[in-house]
Design a protein around this ligand. Sequence first.
Ligand code: RB5
Length: 144
Amino acid sequence: MIAIGNDHAAPQLKMAVAKFLESEGIEYLDFGVAEGEKCDYPDKAKEVCDAVVSGRCEKAILLCGTGVGMSMAANKIKGIRAACCSDTFSAKFTRLHNDANVLCIGQRVVGDGLATEIVKVFLETPFEGGRHAVRVDKIMKLEG
Ligand code: RB5
């Protein structure tokens, strides 16, 4: 199960991502606001990341204007490794090397076509483990 969430700056991108997930037969829970509704991105990041930390959802996709605010908020939550990606290379390697469990994208930065490619790569790519697991453990120790 994938969690998706967005603030008022990314309802259209959320619809595009939801459509893509449906076309791939990937189940998702939509925590986002609809067109015309507003929310503060830290509140939405918390709600969506809680679904990941609790184990209800395996990964999450957070969408805002830039993707940056969502990633900043998400990375404050214990157990979350969020990556803000505007390209498929970063999406691939943040899975392979960082075992990212949250992907953040900005509707004002990335078009729908590229965004869905980024989502596809992120969800398809496994964590490589090995030497990267040691480094990811070190990231998690920084949480205190
Ligand atoms: C909302 O206007 C905007 O600030 C938000 O979506 C996001 O881009 C913050 O990083």
